[in-house]
Design a protein around this ligand. Structure first.
Ligand code: ATP
Ligand code: MG
Length: 334
């Protein structure tokens, strides 16, 4: 039997991924490679919704691909590609826009969050239609699973609804995908504001642990993470969101349970614990940063790998667009 397919994407909205991207998403992507037929893409078209500087976007797109490889995505095992290299994403994106209700799109909390931060004059229409393009990104490849962080749950639900709607209205074309969301590490919070998720596009990077930042900078950020009143290192998401976030991060890297960590730091206070978190995080990120830098030194090879991925992705994606066009009554060119 052929392997089930999994697909996911990440935006090149920053030169570096952060801990949430890794622990909530990419770590699972790497694991799935041995059991699934995996497709992973750098969704550069989505990054345009945030307003970009062209030079920065170019750099961030290649840095994203390099980081994925450094984190363990193997271009021989996975189809690794850049979204804008496969025009079928825009083609199916339009189809998805044409079957989505305006009110339905308006209920997406990520749109509400991001647009309220920027104000309506600086919010582009693309940010509103983003979940429909994302539905197309997914449905084009007919995956069974979509490994993402908790913040993407609502978008995956919309994707399922749109696939079902298309299948019942026109023709059974789309596989209904399932989100693949972990329990632990699926939402990593900003170290300065532990009630907000860590985000690449945050206005301040002071609470973001970036994979490509130096160990010194990351240690400093962890040591100055907002913590809560009290001294005990105990997990309590409501009363101690800051310490709970650090416990989640330590546990995800060290493989030790939260209970073990609580027992070890009993009576020791926050300072010792933060030092240990900094140590476990930077020792894991060090080799990833070095490997990314090496990969970025050979941009020709990186571009070649991405071309191979795009060619493979195009075959799968074009086949889906042809079937969707036909089902909706668009006639083939002949
Ligand atoms: P942006 O702020 O530009 O939206 P982002 O940090 O949210 O960037 P995305 O590229 O939108 O990152 O998402 C890539 C993957 O990382 C998605 O699967 C998303 O669910 C996951 N992810 C993003 N932030 C977190 C987080 N704080 N904790 C866990 N997973 C996260
Ligand atoms: Mg995001």
């Amino acid at each position: 039997m052929s392997k089930a397919r999994a697909l996911s994407g990440i935006q090149p909205t920053s030169g570096s991924f952060h801990l949430g991207n890794y622990l909530g998403a990419v770590r699972q992507w790497v694991e799935l490679q041995s059991t699934h037929d995996t497709y992973y893409c750098v969704v550069d078209l989505h990054a345009l919704t945030g307003g970009v500087e062209p030079a920065k976007l170019r750099e961030a797109t290649l840095a994203s691909a390099a980081q994925l490889i450094a984190l363990g995505i193997d271009p021989d095992k996975s189809t690794l590609f850049i979204q804008s290299h496969v025009p079928a994403h825009n083609q199916l994106g339009w189809i998805m826009e044409c079957i989505t209700g305006f009110g339905e799109a308006g209920r997406m909390t990520q749109f509400k969050d991001k647009s309220s931060k920027n104000g309506s004059d600086r919010t582009v229409v693309g940010l509103f239609t983003y979940p429909m393009l994302q539905a197309a990104d997914i449905l084009l490849y007919q995956p069974q699973y979509v490994p993402v962080g908790e913040d993407q749950r609502q978008h995956i639900e919309l994707t399922r609804d749109l696939a079902q709607r298309f299948n019942t209205t026109y023709k059974e074309i789309f596989t209904i995908p399932e989100g693949y969301i972990l329990k632990a590490g699926a939402k990593i919070y900003d170290l300065q504001d532990p009630t907000a998720k860590m985000s690449k596009s945050s206005s301040s990077t002071s609470g973001i642990i970036e994979l490509l930042d130096t160990s010194e900078a990351n240690t400093k950020k962890i040591k100055s993470a907002t913590t809560d009143a009290g001294r005990e290192v105990t997990y309590d998401e409501v009363k101690k969101p800051g310490i709970s976030n650090l416990l989640t991060i330590h546990s995800a890297f060290s493989g030790r349970t939260i209970a073990e960590l609580e027992a070890e730091y009993e009576g020791k206070g926050y300072g010792d614990f933060k030092g240990a978190v900094a140590e476990v995080v930077t020792s894991h990120l060090d080799p990833i940063r070095k490997r990314t830098q090496e990969l970025l030194q050979d941009k020709g090879e990186l571009t070649r790998l991405l071309k191979v991925g795009a060619e493979k992705a195009t075959i799968a994606a074009d086949a889906t667009v042809r079937r969707a066009y036909d089902a909706m009554g668009l006639i083939p060119r002949g």
